[in-house]
Every structure is written in C-alpha cells, then in structure tokens.
Design a protein around this ligand. Structure first.
Ligand SMILES: [Zn+2]
Length: 431
C-alpha cells in the first residue's frame, strides 16, 4: 500500500492490482446501493478516508463513477453521494419468440433504451438469422446509442447451449446451429464480451430480477411456446447444471400414446402433446379427421392451425381445442409438480405464446401443480403468469451481461482500462 500511495502522489503510475481490487469492491457497493457516500464506503470497506477518496477519484477518471446529490449518511453530517454511471456502456440483447426476433439496447443496469421486433425464424439457421440480429442491433444503436460504446452482447437461443463456449449442442430441429460459433460471429463485429444462453434461462433470470427485492426467492420459469423449456434461478444464480443442459424439460416422457411423436424423434414427450407445436399437430389432425367443423374451416381458410388460429378456437370455446389445451396444461402441471417437489422454488412462473388470450391453460396448469406438490413445497409457493411477456428474454439477457461485466472478479480485469473492450475473452472465461 505504501509504495502504491507514493506512486499515486508522484502522479504517473496507473492503479496497481490492489487499487483495482479495492475500486472493484467500492464500485460494487455503490452500484448495488449498499453504500454511496464516503463515510458509508469507509465503514463498509474498513478503509481510510484517503484510500477511499483515491479509489473514487480513479473510478471518476475512468468514467465509471460520478458525484451525485447530497444524502444523509448513516453517521454524521449529510454527505455527497457517488453514483455508478450505468450509461458508461451499452448492452445489446436479443432472443426469439413466435417467428420474431426481439432485440433491446440497454444501460448497464438493464434499463432498456430502445427495443425492436423483426420477422425472423430461428429455424432458417445462423447464416440467415444472425445478420438479422446484427441489422436490428445496428438500428437500435443508431436510434438510441448516442455513440456510446457496446460493452456486452447477449443472445438467447431456443435449445441446448454450452454456456462456456456459446455454442448450441445438437438442437433437435435447428439445422445449422449445432456447434456454430455464435460468440465468434459477434466478436468479429463487436470487441465486447458475448454471452449465448438458452433463452429460457434468460427468461428465468429476467423474471427473477423483476420480482420485488424481498421476494427474490428461488424461481422456476416454465415456457410453453413453440417448444417447452424451463430455467431455474437458485441463490440468485442460474442453475445450468454440469454442461448447460439443465431445464430442458420438453422431452420428459408423459404418455405412451404411439401417435405422440416428438420433433426429437422420441415418442410421448411433453413437448409432443403440450407445446405450441404439439397442440398445432394434434388440432390439425383433428381437423383433417372431421372431428370439428370449426377446426376444419380454420385449416381450410388459414392453411394451418397454429398461434392465431389456436387463439380463435379457444376464444370460441371450440370443444376439441379446449380438451387438447386442458390436457396439455394438466400434463405440464403434473410434470412441473415433480420439479417443484425436487427443487422447492419460492416462485413458479408460467410464460410463453401458447398461453396468450386465455386463462384456461394457466388455471389448469396451476391446479395440476398444486394437486401433485407435497405440502411443504407448496406452503409458500407463488404461482404466477409471466409479467413481461416477449420482453423478458431481452431483459434477462441484459441483466446477465450486466451482472457478468460488473461482478467484482470481472471488474478487476477491466476497471484499470476503464472499459471491458479489450478484455472480452478473459471476462467471458470467468464462471
Ligand atoms: Zn422429444
């Protein structure tokens, strides 16, 4: 410390490793709202006034911190606050839902500055879809970036993702994505760290983060979209498992019905009977067999029975559709009850496009979960629909990037330079 202080007084040396460590600690305290005045920072860190002031000066020189207003300190006279400059860098995040790409440009605290939605089908493969993501990112930066630097990128993909490498591993129907270097693709366009994750993980993290601070208990998110998936946040962290496959619940076997053929090639998967794709297949077959006049007419006029047509049939309480939706919701609920008994989350969130325009799925799902959940696991369990809908994956992505960039371990890598650009690879490698 002594030599460091001498160096600083002489005015030439950059912050030492230990200075950066302390600055990272101070930035974390300020950013999380634990302490934001000099007296409170001195108390929280057990550092002297001179050292705290020197580190704050460095943080301000680096553009990470700035003086704020005046606040009453915990002890003593009112003090000036110091604030974290969430506007110092930008985060780009994107995810897919319902044949659309949802993208957002956010501050370092996850606040969205601009959002966009564009037609894109992830099944078209990375060579078609990633340029669409890039086009949307560029449009968002032009609209709201004000020339500020991109400090991190997140992309959610609907399938198994090896989080460490940012590559998908054997996604059942996403041709071209298996092993594709998505991170490398973005790294050639941005110098910032890039994270690729399963989109249900991002949704789970987003839902967890928007809950009230006193309700940030473990959260299980279940997505009923084109496919079925889940994400689990425990102790404030996403549970990815050993290889990143955790949460892929769409292929639980729930029936021996030989006609329930899943897109993965197996028989009887939950996704085959309860996903948007599965329901579409079941109702199309019913229409072709003449089991429902309304479904037959929808198929004839629209050429398919998917999201929009499904919503129409539900709105009309068409009996074949209602029976299929109730069965889908019940099988999903019974499956998820097993997960609730195993993991004992405090909050269970149901989201996804298959639910839009109807309470039937959610109500049936909730009843089935409670029917099969043991009393202790159900005691404080909150079951709710998703609150942020399509925006939740981009919010979760932005928050994931923010957390990874601003984690004290990560700050130590880049704070000295004042920007994570240039340290991208080392930041990505942190677990
Ligand atoms: Zn399957």
């Amino acid at each position: 410390m002594t030599s460091t202080n001498l160096d600083r007084r002489e005015g030439a040396a950059p912050p030492s490793g230990r200075d950066i460590l302390l600055l990272a600690q101070i930035v974390d305290l300020i950013r999380t709202g634990v302490a934001n005045t000099r007296p409170d920072l001195e108390q929280a860190t057990s550092l002297g006034r001179t050292v705290v002031n020197e580190r704050l000066r460095e943080g301000m020189d680096l553009g990470i911190l700035e003086e704020g207003g005046t606040a009453q300190a915990e002890r003593g006279r009112p003090s000036r606050t110091v604030r974290f400059r969430a506007e110092a860098g930008l985060i780009l995040s994107a995810g897919f839902a319902d044949n659309a790409l949802h993208a957002a440009l956010s501050d370092l605290d996850g606040t969205a500055l601009a959002r966009s939605v564009a037609d894109a089908d992830v099944l078209d493969g990375p060579d078609v879809v990633l340029p669409v993501v890039q086009r949307e990112f560029q449009a968002l930066l032009k609209r709201a970036g004000r020339g500020r630097p991109v400090w991190g990128v997140a992309l959610g993909l609907p399938g198994p993702v090896d989080f460490a490498s940012g590559r998908m591993v054997a996604p059942p129907i996403m041709h071209g994505w298996d092993g594709y270097d998505v991170r490398g693709w973005f790294r050639n366009r941005y110098e910032a760290p890039v994270w690729v994750d399963n989109d249900d993980n991002l949704r789970a993290f987003g839902e967890w983060a928007i809950d009230q601070p006193d309700d940030v208990r473990d959260l299980l998110y279940v997505e009923i979209g084109e496919g079925i998936g889940s994400g689990f946040v425990t102790d404030g962290r996403l549970h990815r498992g050993d290889t990143g496959a955790a949460g892929d619940i769409g292929h639980f076997r729930v029936t021996d019905d030989p006609t329930a053929v899943c897109r993965c090639g197996r028989i009887g998967c939950l996704a085959a009977v309860a996903s948007g794709w599965g329901l579409s297949r079941i109702l199309t077959r019913a229409a072709e067999r003449g089991e429902s006049a309304m479904l037959a007419e929808l198929l004839a006029t629209e050429g398919r029975i998917a999201g929009h047509e499904l919503a129409k049939a539900i709105a009309a309480s068409e009996p074949v559709t209602m029976a299929a939706v109730r069965r889908a919701a019940r099988l999903t609920g019974l499956t998820v009850a097993g997960l609730v008994n195993f993991a004992n989350p405090g909050t269970l969130v149901l989201g996804g496009s298959a639910l839009r325009g109807t309470d039937v799925f959610f109500d049936t799902f909730k009843a089935a979960v409670l029917e099969q959940t043991i009393e202790l696991a159900a005691r404080r369990l909150v079951i709710r629909p998703s609150t942020a809908d399509f925006e939740i994956a981009t919010l979760g992505g932005a928050l994931l990037v923010a957390r990874r960039l601003l984690h004290p371990q990560s700050l130590q890598l880049w704070l000295g330079a004042g920007t994570p650009i240039g340290s991208a690879v080392r930041i990505q490698e942190l677990v």
